[in-house]
Design a protein around this ligand. Structure first.
Ligand code: FAD
Length: 452
């Protein structure tokens, strides 16, 4: 295991924390230092040995403030953890120190029509369950919604099931307000509203500890779960695009998987025909009739249909989409990895088609349709047969040279993944509220470049 950059007497440090729960057991700390970065062979080789020194589990904002004060006093690094389901090592501590596990800050403060006020450690599924009793639900959730926390989704996620209607988490309006604890010489609590929330939205916990959130909700529909198969991949992709653009058909998920991806979905093996491409969908039950017409137009075959009522139990289709698709592929063959790709808006999906034919079995298309900047676009989470890093970079280059944007999932550095550029606002926010660079060190390129 990597030596900590925070050598100190941890017994004394924990004693100063008083009643706040701490974990020192090396095996447990090691487990709570990791996430799903093993989806990437490149990240796994860099991150698998990284380990914090102590896990601290506060139960309130006041306790978070106390931990922050102690970390500043002793110049101890601090990495926030929700449920640890991130897949780029976002919550892996590169320099040891404190792992601040917020899973015990899991209160739903209140829900009103269209808005929820929650603590960061609440699981997304718990918010949805309570909101649904009032006819509302989260606007979007990652496919890890049963495990992941709302704080971790905002800190490290991007979008998911529901993004076909509401876009991505960073789109204005998808996060109303947050309260954060800072790591200044005198840590304080700061509330951010409106565009100010973007200072900490998708910042990997590098510039503030979120202790409360105000989240907008969507009206809840009875969602039927469906799988439609097609003989031809491009027909399935164009069906996905047409469904996404069918404003009169209410849907929450449009996921297209080229063969052989459907063969990785063990629970559906008996119903998914060999060699066929599959659309995994969530469609509102009142839209059933027009939906069937669209399927007929594209020559698809509905091979799976679970009513909204049945969908509350058993296998959830969402857990085969987004990065769960990668999870199932890797369960079948652990040498498989993935890419994340933004495609330009194009009614004919020419780039999707070009890459499909160009790469053949080496890069297998998996598309999630999302609303982006007012348009509908396919977002790729292609399954990649990994040979080595040089070939992976060649594949990335080939995509980028042809106008696709790769949100590289093989880096733990904020700006080199989805962000693409240094976010000056987030950097200035860190300079003000984490002047000693204690929060999740090594993840924000802008920070260390500004220090050298
Ligand atoms: P963690 O992994 O614990 O943390 C994520 C980041 O947020 C870390 O940098 C952490 O330091 C920071 N953080 C956590 N809590 C706070 C806080 N209170 N204040 C400040 N920073 C904080 N992501 C998607 O966006 N969409 C998907 O559909 C999706 N599907 C996935 C499928 C699989 C199988 C896997 C393994 C991952 C997937 N992910 C997806 C990534 C991840 O599951 C989600 O982003 C999830 O919401 C992260 O939540 P978490 O509680 O596990 O966060």
């Amino acid at each position: 295991m990597t030596a900590s950059a925070n050598p100190r007497n941890w017994d004394e440090f924990c004693a100063e924390l008083g009643d706040i729960e701490t974990i020192r057991d090396r095996a447990q700390v090691a487990k709570l230092s990791q996430d799903y970065n093993h989806f990437s062979p490149i990240l796994q080789s860099i991150l698998q040995e990284k380990i914090g020194d102590v896990v601290v589990r506060p139960t309130s904002e006041a306790e978070v403030l106390k931990v922050a004060q102690l970390c500043v006093k002793h110049r101890v690094t601090l990495t926030v953890r929700g449920a640890g389901t991130g897949n780029y090592g976002q919550c892996v501590p590169l320099e040891g120190g404190v792992i601040l596990d917020l899973s015990k800050m899991n209160q739903i403060r209140r829900i009103e029509p269209g808005v929820a006020w929650v603590e960061p450690g609440v699981k997304l599924v718990a918010i949805d369950k309570q909101a649904r009793d009032m006819g509302w639900e989260l606007r979007m959730v990652p496919s890890t919604y049963r495990m992941a926390t709302i704080g971790g989704f905002i800190g490290g996620g991007s979008g998911g099931i529901g993004s076909i209607n509401y876009g991505q988490l960073r789109d204005r309006g998808n996060l109303h307000a947050v309260r954060i604890v800072t790591l200044e010489d005198e840590p304080q609590i700061v509330e951010l509203r409106g565009d100010e929330v973007q200072n900490v939205n998708h910042a990997y916990g590098t510039n503030g500890i979120i202790t409360e959130l105000e989240i907008p909700l969507a009206p809840a529909y009875p969602w039927a779960e469906l799988i439609v198969t097609f003989d031809d991949f491009m027909t399935s992709a164009k069906f996905g695009q047409a469904l996404g653009r069918s404003d009169g058909i209410i849907k929450k998920l449009v996921c297209i998987c080229a063969w052989p991806i459907p063969s990785y979905f063990a629970p559906f093996r008996d119903i998914l025909p060999q060699g066929k491409h599959a659309a995994l969908l969530m469609v509102a039950e009142p839209s059933w009739e027009p939906f069937q017409e669209l399927v007929k137009e594209f020559g698809g075959d509905i091979c799976y249909h679970k009513s909204a009522q049945e969908a509350t139990k058993g296998t959830a289709i969402a857990e085969f989409t987004w990065n769960h698709t990668t999870l199932h592929a890797r369960s079948s063959d652990s040498s498989l990895t993935y890419l994340q790709t933004g495609f330009p808006e194009d009614p004919e999906l020419k780039l999707v088609e070009h890459f499909y034919h160009h790469f053949g079995d080496e890069v297998i298309p998996h598309l999630e349709f999302v609303r982006s900047g007012g348009n509908l676009r396919p977002s790729g989470l292609q399954i990649v047969r990994f040979t080595d890093e040089a070939r992976l970079n060649e594949i990335i280059r080939y995509h980028e040279e042809r106008g696709a944007i790769i949100f590289n999932p093989h880096t733990y550095i904020l700006e080199d993944g989805g962000m693409k550029a240094i976010d000056v606002r987030q950097l200035q926010f860190k300079q003000k509220y984490d002047p000693h660079g204690l929060l999740n060190p090594g993840k924000m390129r802008g920070w260390w470049e500004s220090q050298s």
